[in-house]
Design a protein. Structure first.
Length: 301
């Protein structure tokens, strides 16, 4: 694959256009070609990192994922998508030891594991495998070695997400896998009534703390890459309702913004009879976040 492939779509538009070529339209087309070339040259600089160079040889489309119109979320410009991709991988390379960086690129790391109620529960971290990624990193929740729920995210500049923070973790995918409802139900019951989604958000908090990121942004329903009107209610429950429950607020960019650590409702406002359970849930999520953060900081990779 050559650099020219990055803006091949724009070139085809220039060649195949049947309407008259106005000077303004032609200027815009040529500008898009030049901009695509410049952006891809910036991407190629990532190949100076040996771990990325090797990964790109194994996965040739790696450096081209940001070109997809719906990369991470609908509505980002090409420049914003490119900036997000670059920021994420520069942040990883500047923060993680080389051995761990290679581990999450080529395999996955086990961040947290617990034996409870006769089951083994695990949280993993690895590079997302899809070509047009809904997030560059994926946290997976496993029950007895089977992935039942995932959360995908990317470290992006805050301005791209309509945030005043210098950088944020952009959560673009929250999904349970079909056929594993009994495992999800069993895990929730065994782990202090903490759902897999909430558990992975706790792990993400630990990740963010280790990386010095203090804000999370969730992609809303209508900006989801896979959104369709036929699945509207399901998407709203999985994303909009979930982020609102976490205390996030919808911003002008139609994204949900919330500080990290997540805000918690005062215990005084919790109904009688629920306080003990609420304390147990909070303590467990704090344990997960703390152990994930400590693991990432410790260098025991």
């Amino acid at each position: 694959m050559t650099v020219i492939n990055v803006f091949a779509g724009t070139q085809r538009d220039l060649v195949q256009r049947t309407a008259p070529w106005t000077p303004l339209w032609l200027a815009r087309g040529l500008w898009n070609v030049a901009r695509g070339f410049t952006l891809q040259l910036e991407m190629l600089r990532l190949l100076k990192v040996p771990a990325y160079a090797k990964f790109a040889r194994i996965h040739p489309k790696f450096l081209f994922r940001f070109n997809a119109d719906d990369y991470l979320a609908r509505g980002f410009t090409l420049a914003e998508r490119a900036a997000s991709f670059q920021h994420h991988y520069r942040k990883l390379q500047g923060t993680l030891p080389d051995a761990f960086l290679r581990r999450i690129l080529y395999d996955e790391a086990f961040l947290f594991e617990l034996q409870q109620a006769g089951c083994r529960f695990t949280i993993t971290l690895g590079t997302s495998r899809s070509v047009n990624s809904e997030g560059e990193l994926t946290l997976g929740f496993l029950v007895e070695g089977n992935a039942v729920f995932v959360l995908s995210f990317t470290i992006v500049p805050g301005a791209i997400a309509g945030s005043s923070a210098s950088e944020v973790v952009l959560v673009s995918r929250l999904q349970g896998f079909k056929g594993f409802y009994p495992e999800i139900r069993k895990a929730t019951k065994a782990l202090h009534e903490v759902s897999p989604g909430a558990l992975l958000v706790a792990a993400l908090q630990g990740f963010a703390e280790a990386f010095g990121v203090s804000e999370m942004v969730g992609v809303s329903t209508t900006r989801q890459t896979a959104f369709s009107e036929g699945w509207g209610p399901e998407f709203r429950e999985a994303y909009d309702d979930f982020f609102l429950h976490l205390g996030a607020e919808r911003n002008a960019a139609d994204l949900f913004v919330v500080p990290l650590p997540l805000p918690e409702r005062p215990l005084a406002e919790v109904k009688k009879g629920h306080k003990i359970r609420t304390k147990a849930k909070r303590a467990f999520k704090q344990r997960v976040a703390g152990e994930v953060c400590e693991f990432l900081r410790s260098g025991l990779i």
